[in-house]
Design a binder for this molecule. Structure first.
Ligand SMILES: Cc1cc2nc3c(=O)[nH]c(=O)nc-3n(C[C@H](O)[C@H](O)[C@H](O)COP(=O)(O)OP(=O)(O)OC[C@H]3O[C@@H](n4cnc5c(N)ncnc54)[C@H](O)[C@@H]3O)c2cc1C
Length: 444
């Protein structure tokens, strides 16, 4: 059996690695000159940085398993930190929630009760909501109609102050979609995965190295040493189908025959490949209804002695939302801060110098003892990913396609497929692994 995987993001790479593990011959075609897709390394001024700051969770089981399969030791590339949220604002006291080493979900409940910066009323209001998310009764309810996270929080009597200080930033960070439109179904799914089973599931995993070294490069090596081929700069232009059976793909220069083709590309690219085929047009139209949200990462470099108290701090009442210390784990970036702004907003209309100056000013208001950055405020590196993630809005799960397409041998993978997860590395990897298993198990 020969399988062509189209797309070398984390979903395509995961599918290819899993197929290789089962002895399947794989050819992976990637349009870009590099692997990794939306989670990749980029070179700036001779230094490797990421196209956007990424954070992993202890609950990312498939991702952590595939790192292991490809020979990557977790501790070599990721730093595990028990959940510790610190949110700072120029206008109000900081909020700190730190989960102690107790079994789940006691660690969360104790962490919330002992938190600082939240009123007693806010803390007590959060507890019943957490309880209902974590109980089996709720697992049944969530299958029901999807509502927005905002409506769900009101339904669970969350005070406006708690929504603003805690739930809004968490929802944006997890779903990259504002609470007003975000899907409560997907939000609850992530909360359950992170908090309902083992304490380690809610651990935060910070990258010690660039994203390429965590999975894309080891995955490529694994595929190539297991009989597979990885081809860069190969944009697939068409899917070849004959009498309802996949024959292979075409690129600008060649036709590649395959028994199965996995399209692990974004919804937009996928739509273009499916549309010419009558049997796939309905799915192409469904994909057209998926919208996207941006993520903006602003890199600001300070003198090397400048450090955050913990690797990531949330910022409230500012355009900047989270600041990550890229230098904490010896990646040669001492003093480099990555400031993340998730979701839509007026910042997307600002010029780079204006956005950069705003971020630097906000950091100076919050970290009052920091010196000025090493560069002109206007010279920060800014990476705007306009289609960073699919918009995880209410009803999204009913639009997300399954892996199997209604053409023999044609399959889909990608963070947007029906994993139940938001657009995350784990969603992408899980989709790739599930798709590979579906190919292996397919009826003849
Ligand atoms: C700035 C940013 C920050 C993020 N932060 C986090 C985070 O903290 N935690 C987290 O878990 N997730 C995060 N994400 C989300 C995560 O990166 C994505 O969900 C994941 O990378 C998606 O992987 P994918 O393989 O499904 O899609 P993609 O990465 O989009 O991969 C698709 C690949 O297909 C290729 N392709 C497209 N068309 C063709 C074609 N015709 N022929 C050949 N190749 C083609 C593309 O070049 C691309 O490499 C973030 C994303 C961004 C952009």
């Amino acid at each position: 059996m020969h399988v062509v995987v189209v797309g070398g993001g984390w979903a395509g790479l995961a599918a290819a690695v899993e197929l290789c593990c089962h002895g399947v011959r794989v050819t992976l075609l990637e349009a870009a000159p590099h692997l990794g897709g939306r989670a990749r390394s980029v070179t700036h001024d001779g230094q490797l940085i990421d196209n956007g700051q990424h954070l992993l969770l202890g609950a990312y089981r498939d991702t952590l398993r595939l790192l292991d399969v490809t020979g990557v030791t977790e501790t070599a590339v990721l730093h595990r930190h028990p959940l510790h949220l610190l949110l700072k604002s120029p206008h109000r006291p900081e909020v700190r929630i730190r989960c102690p080493a107790l079994p789940a979900p006691l660690h969360l409940i104790t962490g919330l009760l002992r938190s600082t910066g939240l009123t007693i009323a806010d803390r007590l209001a959060a507890l019943p909501l957490c309880r209902s998310v974590l109980t089996a009764r709720f697992q049944q309810q969530k299958i029901g109609q999807d509502i927005s996270v905002a409506a769900w929080l009101v339904q669970h009597k969350q005070p406006p102050s708690l929504i603003r200080i805690l739930w809004q930033p968490l929802c944006l960070a997890i779903l990259n979609t504002p609470v007003e439109t975000a899907s409560s179904q997907v939000f609850i799914r992530v909360l359950q995965d992170a908090f309902a089973q083992q304490r380690e599931d809610s651990d935060l995993l910070f990258c010690k190295t660039d994203l390429g070294a965590i999975f894309p490069t080891p995955a490529q090596h694994f595929i190539e040493t297991h009989g597979g081929t990885v081809m860069l700069n190969q944009r697939v232009q068409g899917l070849r189908i004959n009498s309802g059976v996949v024959q292979g793909v075409t690129t600008a220069t060649q036709e590649i025959a395959a028994d199965h083709v996995i399209l692990a590309v974004s919804p937009v690219s996928c739509q273009r490949l499916l549309e010419p085929h009558a049997a796939l047009r309905d799915i192409a139209q469904r994909l057209a209804s998926i919208s996207h949200e941006p993520i903006c990462t602003v890199y600001v470099r300070y003198p090397s002695h400048i450090k955050l108290e913990i690797p990531m701090i949330g910022l409230l009442d500012t355009t900047s939302q989270w600041v990550f210390d890229r230098g904490l784990y010896g990646s040669g970036h001492a003093g480099l801060m990555a400031v993340v702004i998730s979701g839509p907003g007026e910042h997307m209309a600002l010029s780079n110098p204006a956005l950069s100056a705003r971020v630097v000013k906000e950091l100076a208001q919050i970290f009052t003892d920091w010196p000025a950055p090493l560069h002109d405020a206007a010279d920060s590196v800014i990476i705007r990913e306009k289609r960073a993630t699919f918009s995880c809005c209410t009803g999204i799960n009913s639009v997300r396609p399954a892996a199997a397409l209604p053409v023999h041998g044609a399959w889909l993978a990608g963070d947007y497929t029906d994993t139940g997860y938001p657009a995350t590395l784990e969603g992408a990897v899980r989709s790739g692994v599930q798709c590979a298993h579906a190919v292996i198990r397919r009826p003849e």
